[in-house]
Design a binder for this molecule. Structure first.
Ligand code: GLN
Length: 310
């Protein structure tokens, strides 16, 4: 059988199992299994070796049962990084790329890390480095695959980037992802939220925390519900547990003028904005995603410390 016949059969098999994006999914599986480029596959349409055809058939069977295509290929592209994923780690989403882009924009527009007078006491000491972002320190909470931390570490190679997560499995992926992308300025630590960073201070804190309301978990697409780690999705009764915890402590871990960026669920912007204001954050802003949904919260700790507790 030739490649394009196998692709057609695989697509039909996925369609019959009710998979929505049958053709693109089948294509991704076939090309991944063969290690082939799309154009090459369509132009040359080679005869399939038995072993390759059998491998593709096994992957298609797994996709028929709802396993996300990204777990089958094991990789996701995220802002120019190759991110390895598999069972036990949340698959990076395009909305999260938006969060990283907003962080980069903010840092570049303010040269946040460059101004030594803004350097928080206790921040990683990088005085001997001469590059503009040398004093920048970043903390990514609930880091999962490490996609946010690694994309920022790549953009700012002289920054010190930390990622924390409670999941050993996720951290193993994050560390592997640092290695395969040759990123050396990201450190991944195990533990809940801020616990593993002790009394370090940061210029930037980011998080894409679990934010799905518990009673909504059952209604998610089966690819998510049955395959992705529940701990990375479950935001508690109202979906807001992590925002409350993060925003009540973030002030202690940010240097003066430091910023926090949080990814939000589709209907959470108003509530989280209010939480941030109640915690004394300034310049609280919501950034919409491409679908017009308030998706990212950006907020700033005040520049000049007052006598108010954080
Ligand atoms: N964006 C994910 C989803 O749609 C949820 C990720 C999260 O809870 N942080 O399922």
């Amino acid at each position: 059988m030739r490649l394009l016949d196998l692709l057609r059969k695989s697509t039909e098999s996925l369609e019959a199992a009710g998979i929505e994006d049958a053709l693109p999914d089948a294509e991704m599986i076939v090309l991944h299994a063969l290690g082939m480029e799309r154009l090459d596959a369509y132009v040359n349409n080679p005869e399939m070796r038995k072993a390759d055809a059998a491998k593709i058939k096994r992957l298609i069977q797994r996709r028929r049962k709802g396993e996300p295509v990204q777990y089958l290929t094991g990789i996701v592209a995220f802002l120019g990084l190759t991110v390895q994923v598999g069972k036990g780690v949340l698959i990076p989403r395009p909305e999260t790329e938006l969060l990283v882009e907003e962080v980069i924009k903010t840092i570049k527009s303010e040269e946040l890390g460059a101004r030594s007078q803004d350097k928080p006491a206790g921040a990683a000491s990088c005085d001997s480095r001469l590059t503009p972002y040398a004093s920048l320190s970043v903390l990514d909470l609930c880091t999962g695959s490490g996609c946010i931390a690694l994309a920022l570490a790549k953009e700012f190679p002289d920054a010190d980037v930390y990622g924390t997560d409670v999941s050993k499995e996720a951290l193993a992926y994050a560390r592997k992802n640092a290695k395969i992308n040759s990123i050396q300025n990201a450190t991944f630590l195990e533990g809940s939220l801020f616990v593993p960073v002790n009394d370090r201070k940061f210029n930037i804190i980011t998080a894409n925390p679990p934010y799905i309301r518990r009673d909504e978990l059952d209604t998610l697409q089966r690819e998510i519900r049955d395959w992705e780690p529940l701990d990375a999705l479950d935001g508690g009764e109202d979906g807001m547990d992590f925002y409350r915890q993060i925003l009540s402590s973030a002030g202690e871990y940010l240097g003066p003028g430091g910023c926090i960026f949080l990814e939000l669920g589709f209907d959470q912007a108003g509530f989280v904005q209010k939480l941030a204001q109640e915690q004394g954050f300034r310049d609280v802003a919501i950034i919409n995603d491409y679908a017009g949904i308030g998706r990212i919260l950006e907020a700033r700790k005040e520049k000049f410390p007052s006598n108010k507790p954080n």
